[in-house]
Design a protein around this ligand. Structure first.
Ligand code: NAD
Length: 510
């Protein structure tokens, strides 16, 4: 059964019906905005941005603090809606879609003024005697925000808070499969007293997203799949607008021989099953040296068997988001089993529950010939490969087109840090599941096919600004310079020989 379907429309707009993965019942219908409507939203946002940019950081922060108040007051509405729309386990709906946005918004309300403070500098060299520099973080204007379905509130609220604190307006195109979370998010911002048109939601599909990129925005913040990211990147290149692309991953976990096995097994289970595996930094591959392989697998199996999946999503593992994801999970497992993998726990769709549920699954005897170890599965599967040693684990971890994040487990923290440097990903966690996105100070972003640019913290919020250098000449005399004569030319060459021909002087000069 398709959970997302186009239905007839009388308005001339594309119209869709959405069913819940939990009950398979319809949640509602919505219509996609036309390209002209998207453009009109961007034009309105531009007007709202002009006034917003004149507000101080403290004034902008006041609006964001009210937004946090509203989220706290209306958290039950968010939780119930997100569970219905995405099938997340209740604890994950709370942690990811309420707690994380509260943390993210508060972080930027409190710290944006520091991150974006104008910097006063003196230039180096002789310029220091006559010039000073002000580096001003100016807002870019209108940001086009395009988001995926796996964190419909969190993955929108975080960039939204950053873009707004930096003085921008935002036009948001949420995923076509989670439109209702975006409607609620918009309502929350209205209750918080956001200025009209500062944050707008344009509902729609890929075509609507593409229209937003072409609608005259000043930056695109995109989170989604690699395939779409490429198209968005191309369109932004053509329009000469900056873009951050936060794309898919195939995170590896490496268990070192000296790891605390109980803790590492917990990490494998949590890292692979969190958000039903629908997590860009979910652990999708686990590499374990043969010396510790059996006791590690035993622990993972035991911990997985203890997990509960319930019809109401109040257990440990939620529903699979939609039929498309279920098809990928089942296809990857079938491919792996056909090539010799063994399923130790789970492995078949949970038909005892009415919705789209797949049980927490443990698979062993996997290798890199299998789709399960190469392509993003995005499902509740721990896939464990036996390796000779830690070095083989690292080279297999790096044998991937993706490079988002990863995790490594050892009792020797210095060794952990050193080995982390050998993993070719945007970030690495030692003795924890991939937590980078949850720590605002850590720049987050992928390498290889996992993305372009970094978001979050000081680096991320500055990405919503143009750093505008203002150079001020503090001298009192006219600059002079003309007329050029053979003497002035010889004089310049003499300076070059004297200063740059001397190692000490050139060191002091610049
Ligand atoms: P998707 O690429 O299918 O869709 C993402 C968004 O792009 C949606 O809003 C969609 O409507 C829009 N879109 C589609 N075509 C477009 C086009 N041509 N131009 C502009 N917009 C277009 O991704 P998805 O299935 O919603 O999300 C899951 C993917 O997102 C996974 O690969 C996951 O790993 C990734 N993801 C990455 C991060 C990260 O921070 N790196 C976080 C969450 C999810």
């Amino acid at each position: 059964m398709a959970l997302f379907e186009e239905v007839p429309s009388e308005s001339g707009h594309r119209r869709y019906n959405i069913k819940s993965p939990v009950s398979l019942e319809s949640i509602g219908e919505f219509e996609a905005a036309s390209a002209a409507e998207v453009k009109a939203a961007v034009d309105r946002a531009r007007k709202a941005q002009r006034e917003w940019a004149t507000r101080s950081f403290a004034e902008r922060a006041q609006v964001l603090w009210r937004w946090v108040d509203v989220i706290v007051e209306r958290q039950d509405e968010i939780i119930e809606l997100v569970i219905k729309e995405t099938g997340k386990a209740r604890n994950e709906a709370i942690a990811m879609e309420v707690m994380a946005p509260c943390m993210q918004i508060s972080h930027y309300a409190k710290r944006a003024a520091k991150y974006l403070q104008t910097q006063k500098r003196r230039p180096s060299g002789v310029m220091r005697f006559s010039k000073k520099i002000s580096l001003v973080y100016q807002p870019l204007g209108v940001v086009g925000l395009i988001t995926p379905w796996n964190g419909p509130v969190a993955l929108a609220a975080n960039p939204l808070a950053q873009a707004l604190m930096a003085g921008n307006a935002v036009v948001h195109k949420p995923s076509e499969v989670t439109p209702f979370s975006a409607i609620l998010l918009k309502e929350l911002t209205e209750s918080a007293g956001f200025p009209e048109d500062l944050y707008q939601v344009v509902q729609g599909d890929g075509e609507t997203g593409a229209a937003l990129v072409e609608a005259g925005v000043d930056k695109v913040s995109f989170t989604g799949s690699v395939a779409t990211g490429r198209k968005v990147g191309e369109a932004c290149g053509r329009n000469l607008i900056p873009v951050t692309l936060e794309l898919g991953g195939k995170d590896a976990m490496i268990v070192c021989e000296d790891a605390d096995l109980d803790r590492a097994a917990d990490g494998a289970v949590r890292g692979s099953f969190f958000n039903t595996g629908h997590y860009c930094c979910g652990t999708e591959r686990v590499y374990v040296p043969e010396s510790i392989y059996d006791p590690f697998v035993e622990r993972v199996v035991e911990k997985t068997r203890a997990l509960k999946q319930t019809e109401a999503c109040d257990g440990d593992i939620g529903a699979v988001f939609w039929d498309k994801q279920m098809d990928i999970i089942e296809a990857h497992l079938a491919d792996a089993k056909g090539k010799g993998a063994r399923v130790l726990v789970g492995g078949e769709r949970n038909r005892a529950l009415p919705g789209y549920f797949f049980p927490p699954t443990v698979v062993v005897d996997v290798d890199h010939d299998m789709d399960l170890m190469r392509d993003e599965t995005f499902g509740p599967i721990v896939a464990i490969q036996k390796v000779r040693d830690e070095q083989e684990a690292i080279s297999l971890a790096n044998d991937s087109d993706y490079g988002l994040s990863g995790n490594l487990w050892t009792r020797d923290l210095a060794k952990g840090e050193e080995l982390a440097g050998e993993i070719a990903t945007g970030s690495v966690c030692v003795n924890d599941i991939a937590m980078t996105y949850g720590i605002a100070e850590a720049p987050f972003g992928g390498v290889k096919s996992s993305g372009v640019g970094q978001v979050n913290g000081e680096t991320g919020i500055r990405g919503y600004c143009h750093l505008h250098p203002i150079i001020i000449d503090t001298g009192r005399k006219a600059q002079g310079g003309y007329p050029y004569t053979p003497e002035t030319a010889r004089g310049l060459q003499k300076v070059i020989r004297t200063v740059f021909g001397n190692r000490i002087l050139r060191w002091l000069f610049v």
